[in-house]
Design a protein around this ligand. Structure first.
Ligand code: IPM
Ligand code: MN
Length: 355
């Protein structure tokens, strides 16, 4: 029976990059005899314009019934003044909650061909190979909040951070399992010198570590971790952290790899999982056909790996991307003299030609 992939292009460059990834998936399906079918659904600002909600019920239901979800990007200045509960970002937050996507995996592996794009010195970046495991459905993102209340004659707002032991156990286990099949090292990141949630986090991670004696565990405060990522990023294998710290650290880690346009992610759920590039919807270049499709293509590879268990096809896509880069193809975000300039379609074809 064919495996069903729900494709959510979203806003901005979303449809250009998901088109690319689907073309690559089709080629991989042909090569590895996979039966894949695609169902397109709306979300984000585009869905808000059509249906008055960023996450139509029908989109969520289709995702629940799918074998995997490929997501482009949502958001744009056009919706800046929309009421907070209807903003495009609510689509991705609603999908995380609705599908129980409790873990976000963001691998940062710097290919030798891309070392020159890093804002860090080349000798610091060479060999970086880490993955951030970010808790995705808890913490301050989903705690109780107040947009505005009267306070001492003025106004205040607040967001509540909370974590329960089972929430931390679940993400910690995934981090230790991930480390086991990598280099066996977990760095847990918190702010235990200040926050109560972080103290519970730290002691829970230490308890889970008892079952993983073969994995080395160390703890870092988030401010120190942010600094260490810039000073010696090769020290990291698996970084596990909460929702807000993970959001911030994963952008920092991504840029170490030079282009945010190259970075994929997987959001792991109990039933369906969702795959998306880590960059946004880039409204400034939307419709121009010049967006870098690689982050989305590599996200599709992760979909094959984690949701369909098609490791060989996943690796074939990753290798094809490396080869296209080695041939000198670069989209506008990475191009400079001496390289072959590719628009979105040309880059996609260069990957397909190497598949
Ligand atoms: C991300 C994004 C989202 C987040 C936004 C769009 C809500 O920045 O996936 O990291 O903060 O989680
Ligand atoms: Mn983010």
């Amino acid at each position: 029976m064919a495996k069903k992939i729900v494709v959510i292009p979203g806003d901005g460059i979303g449809s250009e990059i998901t088109d690319s990834a689907v073309e690559v998936l089709k080629k991989a399906a042909e090569k590895f005899s996979l039966a894949l079918e695609y169902e397109y659904k709306d979300a984000g600002g585009t869905a808000y314009d059509k249906f008055g909600t960023p996450l139509p019920e029908d989109t969520l239901e289709a995702c629940k019934a799918a074998d995997g979800v490929l997501f482009g990007a949502v958001g744009g200045d056009k919706w800046d003044n929309v009421e907070p509960s209807l903003r495009p970002e609510k689509a991705i937050l609603g999908l995380r909650k609705g599908l129980g996507l409790y873990a976000n995996l963001r691998p940062v592996k710097v290919a030798d061909a891309l070392v020159e794009y890093s804002p860090l010195k080349q000798e610091l970046v060479k060999g970086v190979d880490l993955v951030i495991v970010r808790e995705l459905v808890g913490g301050i993102y989903f705690g109780e909040k107040c947009e505005s209340e009267a306070y001492n004659g003025t106004e205040r707002a607040w967001d509540l951070e909370n974590y329960s032991i089972p929430e931390v156990q679940r993400i910690a286990k995934l981090a230790f399992e991930t480390a086991r099949i990598r280099r066996g090292k977990v760095t847990s990141v918190d702010k235990a010198n200040v926050l109560a949630t972080s103290r519970l986090w730290r002691r829970t991670v230490a308890q889970v570590a008892q079952d993983y004696q073969d994995v080395e565990l160390n703890n870092l405060y988030v401010d120190n971790c942010a600094m260490q990522l810039a000073v010696r990023p090769t020290q990291f294998d698996v970084i596990v952290t909460g929702n807000l710290f993970g959001d911030i650290l994963s952008d920092e880690a991504a840029v170490i790899g030079g282009s945010i346009g190259m970075m994929p992610s997987a959001s792991i759920g109990e039933l369906t999982s969702l795959y998306e590039p880590i960059h946004g919807s880039a409204p400034d270049i939307a419709g121009k056909g010049i967006a870098n499709p690689v982050g989305t293509i590599l996200s599709a590879a992760m979909l094959l790996r984690y949701s369909l268990n098609e490791e060989e096809a996943a690796q074939a896509i990753e290798t094809a991307v490396d080869k296209a880069l080695a041939e000198g193809w670069r989209t506008a975000d990475l191009w400079h003299e001496g390289f072959k300039k590719a628009d979105t379609k040309t880059m996609t074809q260069a990957v397909i030609a190497n598949l």
